[in-house]
Design a protein around this ligand. Sequence first.
Ligand SMILES: C[S@@+](CC[C@H](N)C(=O)[O-])C[C@H]1O[C@@H](n2cnc3c(N)ncnc32)[C@H](O)[C@@H]1O
Length: 334
Amino acid sequence: MTPTLHLRNLLLGFVVSRALQIAAELGVADALADGPKDCTTLAATLGAHADTLHRLLRALAAHGVFEQQPDGRYANTALSECLRDAVPGSLRGLARMYGDPAMWRAWEGLEHSARTGESGFVHMHGVAPFDYLAAHPASARRFDEAMLSSSGLMNAAVLEAYDWGQFGTLVDVAGGVGSTLAAILEANPALHGVLFDLPHVMDRARAYLAQRGVAGRCRIETGSFFDTAPAGADAYFMKHILHDWADADCLRILRNCREAMPDRAKLLVSEKVIPPGNDPNYGKVVDLIMLAMMHGGRERTAEEFRDLFAQAGMRLTRMIPTQAENSILEVVKA
Ligand SMILES: C[S@@+](CC[C@H](N)C(=O)[O-])C[C@H]1O[C@@H](n2cnc3c(N)ncnc32)[C@H](O)[C@@H]1O
């Protein structure tokens, strides 16, 4: 392929991404779960326009997401199966979050980000992302579903990479509705958990923890990590939190954790660590998502993490790779 054609395809990547988001929003993959369907039937089921649905699925089928059969009906493929709801490896929650009108609009602010270093989301909406979510329940639910989807992809790797059973109590700092904490508690029957997040998230977490059968071993605490953290636990876990924030905000979060931690406690930070060099790396893509969507968010290199922890009065003791893209950074008080 010539450089021009290669670049043109990269340029139009957003079209495929947007089509995937709409297919996820409509629920096409679930509607095909029990077998192939023609677009008239599909459109009637999904409240869509039949010919437009055909054009959308034809374009996606060219990338292996759905396939058109010789009789014209569409069927799921291994890729479109991942757009189904609540199946192992489901990406539907993530696709719907990226397709949320507020999230999609933040990308319009990327030029502003490039010129100023400021958040695309804040530029377009005039409000910080988590304040926006607190005021928009439908987007907040999508965000939580996306975090469930994302956690579902890496919970097994987080479980396998670290000995969680060594602790009596584990706090998940800003643990969302509790997907990862529930998985850790399920695998370690003697462990007790504390799930800490903003009040509107914890309203949804109660039902989720009960449904996972771990509510009896998991206390819920609400608050802001800029003010406080639950005190006295053996370990503190924090996944996809530091990458949401600029260094100054991370330091406030880390110092509050440090304050709450007994001297012997450990902090386990699960994040992507950006390697040097030009090789493809998922963290480099997520870094741009953090730039556009968050308020100062960024992915960091090992050195940047080490410095950040040192500034918070802490020491990075181990950096443990996992089978997923995240590493687990083990941190203690300095
Ligand atoms: C990217 S999500 C990660 C959630 C979860 N740790 C996971 O990995 O799925 C960030 C979380 O930070 C929470 N959060 C944002 N601002 C917060 C604050 N000031 N205090 C406590 N939690 C906050 C959000 O509600 C959300 O659950």
